[in-house]
Design a protein around this ligand. Structure first.
Ligand SMILES: *Cc1c(COP(=O)(O)O)cnc(C)c1O
Length: 376
């Protein structure tokens, strides 16, 4: 049986919403984007949401809005998608990596102090696979040191830890609506923040630095606009928002479906001595973005190839950022610098995991994993 790595579950509601928007006046940032920002903010219990073209631009705009750039250091994890670290480079700042916890693959707060210098300006933790970082401890460190805290919450729309949700203990949380994310418009992103001044700057920065968004100029009588800041072209547009809006009301149901699949995988794999599994720590409500297993050391690529031969779609999340060619060449990073991230990077495999995955597909994945492991 062939099982896709990912299939989106957009359907009739999203089609209708898109058609309604197409039949309206706006295609770019307009009333649907504003409605999405309002509804997503209510979902997150966060005061301001700024829709962006992507999570990468959301992270970049946050750094810019907080005045972070050349000469500044920003701390993040090497166990993430390259976009997290690339956003730091795009802003002109210097990326500093801190190794991750073995249990979750998240930035290890205990190792943070060793990476802080007088040039450190911000920390960007990533809630890997949907397991939230320890935001209470991170925000304690950030507050004590006067650092900004920007969450890469691309995996963590639904997550919480110790009663804290994304955006609540940080300056801002950035989300992705890329094709394979839990909420998707193919491409898209957002920043959530409780800080009104930061929100205001982000609204201006995402639209060229104009002091009035194009939508506002249209709906009210004509007014001249000015450009107080150098901004960027990074706005979410109404066709993206039209696809996203109907999904927000279904978040809880979709999470339930993914949780059921996660439990079944856990039950099938947790006793297998050949596989490692990331843990879910006490007090954590897992957002369930990716389901990953850790293959036997040295055998991950054979495991991947075996699963592919069985027709199972797989992915690797992630090979660590510091070992990417560009980062090695530009910053002198190399193997051995972040050993836990490197070990996870050499062993990790993501399995098909999404609402709409049928029971027989889940069982086919489990059987293929077991067969493949037995002949490695
Ligand atoms: C997907 C992803 C991003 C980038 O999201 P885009 O919307 O594609 O820019 C950033 N960080 C993480 C952890 C991601 O998984």
């Amino acid at each position: 049986m062939k099982v896709e790595f990912f299939r989106h579950s957009l359907g009739k509601d999203e089609e209708q919403s898109l058609i309604d928007t197409l039949r309206g006046v706006f295609l770019t940032s307009g009333p649907v984007t504003r409605e999405f920002e309002k509804v997503f903010g209510e979902y997150l219990d966060c005061r301001h949401v700024i829709g962006t073209y992507s999570c990468t631009t959301a992270l970049f705009l946050c750094l810019k809005a907080l005045g972070i750039g050349a000469g500044d250091e920003v701390i993040t994890t090497p166990m993430t998608f390259i976009a997290t670290a690339n956003a730091i480079l795009e802003a002109g700042a210097h990326p500093v990596f801190v190794d991750v916890e073995r249990s979750t693959g998240n930035l290890d707060v205990q190792q943070l102090s060793g990476a802080l210098t007088e040039r450190t300006k911000a920390i960007i933790p990533v809630h890997l696979y949907g397991h939230m970082c320890d935001m209470r401890r991170l925000s304690d460190v950030a507050r004590a040191r006067g650092l900004y805290l920007i969450e890469d919450a691309a995996h963590c729309v639904e997550g919480a830890r110790d009663g804290v949700r994304p955006g609540q203990l940080s300056d801002a949380a950035c989300f992705s609506f890329y094709a394979t994310k839990n909420l998707t418009a193919g491409e898209g992103g957002a920043v959530a923040t409780n800080h009104p001044e930061l929100a205001e700057r982000l609204f201006i920065l995402r639209s060229h630095g104009m002091d009035k968004a194009a939508a506002d100029r249209y709906t009210s009588a004509y007014r001249h606009w000015d450009m107080p800041l150098l901004g960027y072209k990074a706005n979410m547009f109404d066709l993206q928002a039209a696809l996203l809006l109907p999904q927000i009301g279904k978040i809880a149901d979709k999470l339930k479906e993914r949780t059921r699949i996660r439990r079944r995988y856990d039950e099938a794999f947790s006793d297998n001595p050949l596989l490692g599994l990331p843990q879910t720590l006490d007090g954590t409500a897992h957002a369930g973005h990716l389901y990953t297993v850790w293959a036997p050391a040295g055998k991950r690529d054979a495991f991947l190839a075996g699963l592919n031969r069985e027709g199972i779609g797989v992915a690797v999340n992630y090979r660590p950022v510091h070992l990417m060619h560009y980062y090695r060449k530009q910053f002198g990073f190399g193997p051995g610098m972040y050993p836990v991230a490197e070990e996870i990077g050499e062993r990790t495999v993501s399995l098909p995991f999404y609402p709409g995955l049928k029971d027989e597909e889940v069982e086919a994945v489990i059987a293929a994993v077991q067969r493949t492991l037995s002949v490695l």
